[in-house]
Design a protein around this ligand. Sequence first.
Ligand SMILES: [Zn+2]
Ligand SMILES: [Zn+2]
Length: 267
Amino acid sequence: MGVCLSILASGSRGNSTLISSSRTRILVDAGVSCRETFKRLKAAGDDPHSLSAILITHEHSDHVYGLAMLAKKLSVPVFMTGATHQSWARALRDENGECPALDRLEVFSSGHSFYIGDVQIAPFTIPHDAADPVGFTFRAEGVKFGIATDLGYLPASVRDHLRGCDVLVIESNHDVEMLRVGPYPWSVKQRVMSRVGHLSNEALAEFFANDYDGGAAYVVLAHLSEQNNHPELARGAAEKALGPRQTLLQNRVLLAAQAEPMQPIRL
Ligand SMILES: [Zn+2]
Ligand SMILES: [Zn+2]
């Protein structure tokens, strides 16, 4: 069967990705509704009830919108850091101050790897304006996947974690000029552009040109802004920076979309 990465949704209206080995199936983020997650999993030929666990990067609603309902319906363990869990629960307090409870919460810490089934997961800290945001690498059956979105820049520690990935899912959020002249209020522009905001096409191109090891079979551009980016601008910047390292077998550039799941990547 091998390992598979399937991006169900990507962008500021909801993020969710399925990582699977022959024995384990992990949903990374639950940012679309339970109903839509089920629909997209089924469309990709997956049974939602076969999920092993849900793993959360951070508490922003585009990453947790469907979490409470999914966890309840599927009764699977939910993995997040302690600080992410606290902020998630605080944000969902009802009028009596009651926080939602997760039946099967599993707390992990950034920098400490752990297993879900046969998949080894290494969470690492990313610079983003959330309580305790993380990216992940996943290793199973000799393959390494990396996911890093929602980050203001790429610190050396993140660059290190992303070395040796066979599939690299990385943020290409905005074109700097489109954001600058676009419709967002100045305060929001400042937040997106800040060191704890989102990664631009230009910042990602700088990484590809200067520091990326070039070893991935697939590079997936993710969390594209619908207001401040065009898929072809993001692709063009990435392909130009990757240059001759793009071959038939290496560094094929794919784009994750908001409206529909991406074709699954099987290795
Ligand atoms: Zn996000
Ligand atoms: Zn975020």
